[in-house]
Design a protein. Structure first.
Length: 272
């Protein structure tokens, strides 16, 4: 159980670190970059403890199974990332390397373990599903906040255009504030959704021995992430602002609702 809890803790903290590097890459936020670095440092420490415990428990170096090999591989990527982060500012490289490391660490859960009992493997699979659902629900919550702010932006925009001054305008808020916080919530929600989808792909592969790429739920999930990626691209790269971008964010959320409610009804494997 100790190794089980340790493994799950590593997955969660690693996900937060990747999220931090994603936010820093988009916004060039040094505070978030430092937080992501320290979270990654904690991941490295926990991975090292995991390796030491497994070495003591089985009285050998943990390099004999596919699971152990993948875990060590992910650990090496984390160590390399810490070294790179310490001596250079290659933030895009850090983001890519740690996405790869997170994927490897996640899929290692269904690799042949030999020394792990089937009961423990089943428990790990169940908790992997719990992480998948939790990440997606957090993403949905944040994207809902982003959508709500975009709706308020659209309402405020119309009030200003019609010159309908009054208390309603004050209570709705400043356009720039509404717009910025809508962007921030999307900036956090999208990578959480991506990490949740990665977890879901791993769980699906484990449970069904294949990934149903043509399933409506899978297709719509990728369409949602593409839509929100376009939104972030328009904001961060194209520097687009205003009513049109708010409407695009609203449309992206409507696509998310279709993904959540409608596609689940036609999915062959997804029950949420």
């Amino acid at each position: 159980m100790l190794l089980n809890l340790l493994y799950i803790s590593i997955i969660i903290i690693y996900a937060l670190s990747v999220l931090g590097y994603f936010v820093d890459f988009i916004q060039n936020n040094q505070k978030v970059n430092k937080l992501a670095f320290w979270l990654l440092s904690i991941v490295a420490i926990l991975q090292t403890i995991f390796i030491i415990i497994r070495t003591v428990e089985y009285n050998r170096l943990p390099l004999m199974t596919i699971f152990e090999g993948m875990f060590i591989y992910a650990w090496i990527l984390v160590i390399f990332s810490l070294v790179i982060s310490r001596f250079s500012k290659l933030d895009f490289l850090l983001l890519v390397v740690n996405i790869i490391g997170f994927v490897i660490l996640t899929i290692s859960i269904f690799a042949p373990t030999d020394d792990i009992s089937p009961r423990l493997s089943d428990l790990l699979i169940l908790e992997l599903l719990v992480i998948h659902v939790t990440l997606l629900l957090l993403a949905y919550g944040l994207l809902t906040l982003s959508f709500s702010l975009s709706v308020l932006y659209a309402v405020q925009h119309h009030l200003l255009k019609q010159k309908r001054w009054g208390k309603k305008m004050v209570r709705i808020g400043n356009l720039s504030v509404l717009e910025r916080f809508s962007y921030i919530f999307t900036l956090i929600g999208l990578p959480l959704m991506l990490l949740g989808v990665i977890q879901g792909i791993v769980w699906t592969w484990l449970e069904f021995d294949q990934i149903p790429w043509l399933d409506l739920k899978v297709i719509s999930s990728f369409l949602v992430m593409i839509a929100y990626s376009v939104y972030l691209f328009q904001w961060a790269v194209k520097k687009q602002r205003g009513y049109g971008l708010a409407l695009f964010n609203i449309a992206a959320f409507l696509l998310l609702l279709i993904n959540y409610f409608l596609s689940s009804s036609f999915s062959n494997f997804h029950i949420w």
